[in-house]
Design a protein around this ligand. Sequence first.
Ligand SMILES: *[C@@H]1O[C@H](CO)[C@@H](O)[C@H](O)[C@H]1NC(C)=O
Ligand SMILES: *[C@@H]1O[C@H](CO)[C@@H](O)[C@H](O)[C@H]1NC(C)=O
Ligand SMILES: *[C@@H]1O[C@H](CO)[C@@H](O)[C@H](O)[C@H]1NC(C)=O
Ligand SMILES: *[C@@H]1O[C@H](CO)[C@@H](O)[C@H](O)[C@H]1NC(C)=O
Ligand SMILES: *[C@@H]1O[C@H](CO)[C@@H](O)[C@H](O)[C@H]1NC(C)=O
Ligand SMILES: *[C@@H]1O[C@H](CO)[C@@H](O)[C@H](O)[C@H]1NC(C)=O
Ligand SMILES: *[C@@H]1O[C@H](CO)[C@@H](O)[C@H](O)[C@H]1NC(C)=O
Ligand SMILES: *[C@@H]1O[C@H](CO)[C@@H](O)[C@H](O)[C@H]1NC(C)=O
Length: 449
Amino acid sequence: MELLPAHAVLALLLAATLSLAVAYDPLDPHGNITIKWDIISWTPDGYVAAVTINNFQAYRQIPSPGWTVGWTWAKREVIWSMVGAQATEQGDCSKFKSNLPHSCKRDPAVVDLLPGVPYNQQIANCCRGGVVSAFGQDPATAVSAFQVSVGQAGTTNKTVKVPKNFTFLGPGNGYTCGPAKVVPSTVFLSPDRRRKTQALMTWNVTCTYSQHLASRYPTCCVSFSSFYNDTIVPCARCACGCGVKSCVRSPRDSKRLVPAASSAHALGLRRGGNRESLAPVLQCTTHMCPVRVHWHVKLNYHDYWRAKVTVTNFNYAMNYTGWTLVAQHPNLDNITQVFSFDYKPVVSYGSINDTAMFYGMKFFNDQLMEAGPYGNVQSEVLMRKDASTFTFRQGWAFPRKIYFNGDECQMPPPDDYPYMPNSSPPSALASTAMIVGSAVAAFLVLLMA
Ligand SMILES: *[C@@H]1O[C@H](CO)[C@@H](O)[C@H](O)[C@H]1NC(C)=O
Ligand SMILES: *[C@@H]1O[C@H](CO)[C@@H](O)[C@H](O)[C@H]1NC(C)=O
Ligand SMILES: *[C@@H]1O[C@H](CO)[C@@H](O)[C@H](O)[C@H]1NC(C)=O
Ligand SMILES: *[C@@H]1O[C@H](CO)[C@@H](O)[C@H](O)[C@H]1NC(C)=O
Ligand SMILES: *[C@@H]1O[C@H](CO)[C@@H](O)[C@H](O)[C@H]1NC(C)=O
Ligand SMILES: *[C@@H]1O[C@H](CO)[C@@H](O)[C@H](O)[C@H]1NC(C)=O
Ligand SMILES: *[C@@H]1O[C@H](CO)[C@@H](O)[C@H](O)[C@H]1NC(C)=O
Ligand SMILES: *[C@@H]1O[C@H](CO)[C@@H](O)[C@H](O)[C@H]1NC(C)=O
């Protein structure tokens, strides 16, 4: 039986802590958002483009209040009309005598329409309030689209100028977009797949996320406990920054603050305003995080072990709809059963399947409610032991990394991990019947909770 020496584990854990500082996400190295413009027809003074936003990130969705896409026109282009989205400002259209354009801004900001707009103003994949799933969670809704009719533009693929300086706000300012690049024209297949058509011209923009850009401090933290040691390792003090952050001590105090946050939310549609719209109304804690993930090493069986995972919301101003939780642990390639959550392996990370994404079950717990009595979701994960690596020593049973909604959570300091009182091998035995029995019981308890 080979064990990693303690310092190797510590180094791993330290690496996990430090990786917050870099933009690159090792668990989703190719994750990006692609904005594609397909010119589908020329008009007397410009073109009509179908714009598609694909979220190719494995576990980072664009939650409410959704995306805002911006760019700067290369010349004096205007937007005559849009379908499935709208520019947030019309800008100065005084040069036009009649038949005013939809927007004359040189740097328009565009937002998705809300659900429920009339069918004649919709196109496929529009009108979800800018909410886009992570590709790993639901590829079918990991896309958003709109159409834009552009005037005072080139009318051939030689004279069209691609827009510059694309921006993608998807709540918070964590995305950086590269330049638009003209790429081979998209080929479309007709619904019956018997005819192909082609865009007249196509350009792509790729935007990538950096947690460091999105927020100076982590937005979630992790705490630990175990059946073999009474110590509860809390979230690190000020894990999400203390400083000038304010917080409320009781739900009653939060009521005074939440309405203010909601009106900021409405203003959030303004370009660049998204960040403040998400300002949390925090319950006072020592960690000052809006979200805490607790990992409890619960049971040890002969061939299996079980961890209980609880996600708690400390933000009175936010229901996290469609939340995701990503955990990295060497034994997650041997998940036998997950209770009360759905899960998928995150396979983009090379060939090592040590990362899993958990998310709520539709109509049951896919919404993590605002802080308070209902502000938590929990699950138990049953893993088959890999005899060659399994141990409770040196904090091995705790996750290496945790992400909530695509942001890496602050781990407790490695020295604090609960450890085994002695190094005798795990002894508890259990028959399969017992496992299944207690699993059913745990599920019933969760359902009743
Ligand atoms: C964006 O993601 C897609 C899908 O994973 C990938 O094929 C593409 O290479 C990525 N683009 C960049 C510029 O990384
Ligand atoms: C452009 O983006 C689309 C997805 O929107 C992708 O399928 C295509 O491969 C991209 N093309 C290039 C050349 O990056
Ligand atoms: C695009 O952004 C760069 C850097 O922010 C700036 O120097 C440049 O002037 C901008 N271009 C346009 C057309 O706004
Ligand atoms: C422009 O259109 C011509 C023919 O219409 C085509 O041959 C050419 O490849 C196109 N160029 C680009 C950059 O799409
Ligand atoms: C969260 O959802 C509940 C029930 O749908 C609702 O009453 C509450 O106002 C929501 N809270 C926030 C902050 O949106
Ligand atoms: C990881 O999962 C993928 C897809 O499920 C599978 O093809 C691959 O063999 C797995 N790799 C390992 C090391 O288990
Ligand atoms: C864990 O999963 C890996 C890959 O699927 C497999 O090779 C290994 O035998 C499993 N370990 C146990 C103890 O089941
Ligand atoms: C439990 O773990 C803590 C470290 O978090 C350690 O200080 C303590 O001695 C452990 N308790 C026992 C009984 O070993």
